[in-house]
Design a protein around this ligand. Sequence first.
Ligand SMILES: [Fe+2]
Ligand SMILES: [Fe+2]
Length: 446
Amino acid sequence: MAGKKIKILMIALEEQAQAFLTSGSNPIDVESVKTSDDFISFVDSPGHGPYGFIICGPLISDLKPTELAQSLRMQFMQTPIIYVTTKREQFERQEYIKNGFTDSFLIPLDGELLKKTIHESLELAYKAKKAMRAVKLIDIGANSKLEFDLSIYLPANKKYIKYSAAGDVLEADRLDKLKEKKVSNIFVPVDQMKQFYEYSAHRLKELNTPGKMSETERKERLETAVRDLITGMFVTDSSTVTIEAGKMMVSDCQEIVSTFINASAPGDWYGKITKTIGSTSDTYSHSLSVSTFASLFSLGLQMGKPEDIVIAGMFHDLGMADVPVEVQNKSESERSSQEKKLYEMHPEISVKIMKERKLIVPPTVMSGILQHHEKFDGTGFPKQLPGNRITIEAQIVALADRFDYLTREEPGKKKVFPQQALEQMLTDPAFNPELVKKLIIMMPKS
Ligand SMILES: [Fe+2]
Ligand SMILES: [Fe+2]
């Protein structure tokens, strides 16, 4: 691993431990940080992040090494975090491993083993960064400058071949060649995913530019964007789970919905509502509709923050991924008590998935999701909260959720107009009648 720097946190460093690591046989090439300011600035520095952390000895401040490891873990899930000390009295290896450290070593006892382990884990972390991530070919536009490498995978040779290099413009005929060969996935190095996310967010903005693309293409791109956004929440490749990627997902989500909303005449609240009414009941269109309705309701009622409610609406049912379809399709009365329990966990699972995916969002977004099945009369789930304890964000998501269910045009289902849907909701004890009344006033009578 010559030339690969590893950062050592040097606050309250035990000099003996540091000297051992950086000298003698098999020394480790370290970049050390001496002050907490330096430490914060490198943790926050954009780019590739460190290959690993070594914390030498107890810290001066009140922060315990395990507390530091836990907070580093939140941001660097896969990065080795190693604790090294010469103080035998404080050495509790199991305790450290339980609390966020990859491993912990006592010097000089563990000396050579320590160096070997550090070299190995750095090698692994380095390889992980060089790994490839599949992206959809449809997300790449022709004749635009790409700030990331694109590779294709040759399964027969088990090899990636670079197709276009960062800084190149991928011309239409070269892109078409891939389409002709029915290539649907193309690969970007994991450490260039940030550039890819920036690029795709930019492309999403183009959807809003009149004349940039046909209405059909725009719709297709929006549908793909929602599908990518939602399926992207379930990635198992933890190397792509970064705060940066989480931020991009949040802004993509807001971008998608604002594109959807802006599609109709400005200021035409009712027009925007009717335009959102869907005709398919899959998760993706439900998520997009609830997100759009909820933000429009929030704008109309002038309650809650529409930009937060958008996110709650988009991800409210993520946790359904853990509920078997046959349980989802049953009505409330048909579910056994065990199925009911399983179903009622979905709001909490949604929040859990978002946390795992490092989506840093205001607490109102989380409560909007967590409480979207609470009812105004206190008979909902999971907590049976009474109306005055349900956040406004959750009440608005719940209204949008039901509104989408009622107005959706589906074969074999009676068509319900927006006004009728709201009239029905007005007499339902699940909702705050004051909010529903306000929405009814805003709907023109047909
Ligand atoms: Fe739900
Ligand atoms: Fe829902």
